[in-house]
Design a protein around this ligand. Sequence first.
Ligand SMILES: [Zn+2]
Length: 265
Amino acid sequence: MPAPAGASAGIPPALAAAATAARDFFTALGVTEAEGNGPIEFRVDPASHDAAYRADLTLAPDGTGSLANERVEIGTDPFTGAPFWQAPDVVYHELTHRVAAHLVPGFGVTPTSRIVDESLADTFAAAIEGNWTLGEGLVPGGLRSSADPSSQLMLDGATRVHVATPTRVDEMTADSLAKGPYFNIGPLNHAAYLVGEALGTGLMARIYLEALRHHLPAAAGVTDLVLGTVRGAGTLFGAGSAEQLAVRDAWKSVGVRAAAVDSIT
Ligand SMILES: [Zn+2]
């Protein structure tokens, strides 16, 4: 039996504390154990150079899914030697993947839906931690920032270097998409940052959870996230509300066509 989140035997206290913080955050948002906010096993493995939520997914013909053998693997950063649990936002990111996997069966397996999945993981991690930088517990300055997505630390062969990354959706080209989900999450992350700055991260998280619960297909692309957050804000706060307007404005600011954003009802 897996130990409860925050109480896996032998895990570092900081990792247990991060698991508890994520669980409390999602509980306050109304995310249940059946929705991926329950006990999970953490496997701390210093020989691994990855941090990842993993599970065995079985998809039924009706689109429902079941997840078995769920665990969060926590390795060591190959460049700093720091275990990934030293960055609590990395733990929050992985546990958000778990909630997303429960809410949208089969989510994040196509190249574009992986971008959406990774961005949602960063977005909730920022809300839980209370800052917009991911991974500053591992690397001074962090790996990437939703406040400034113009560059981020990326693997380049055997090294990790700052590279210029897209900041607007119209900069997400075939070339950029070929560089993988992290390279392309900046425009999505920055839209969430703009929503969070306008409304507070608590309301931002409610809007993004509404999108995840009710509006995102398993193969969601950027357009689905735009639709889902605008409609989610409409459901929660009313069509034409200041909150929905803030979401529309955020997407326009990262280059989604204004006419397209305004046409969403
Ligand atoms: Zn991720």
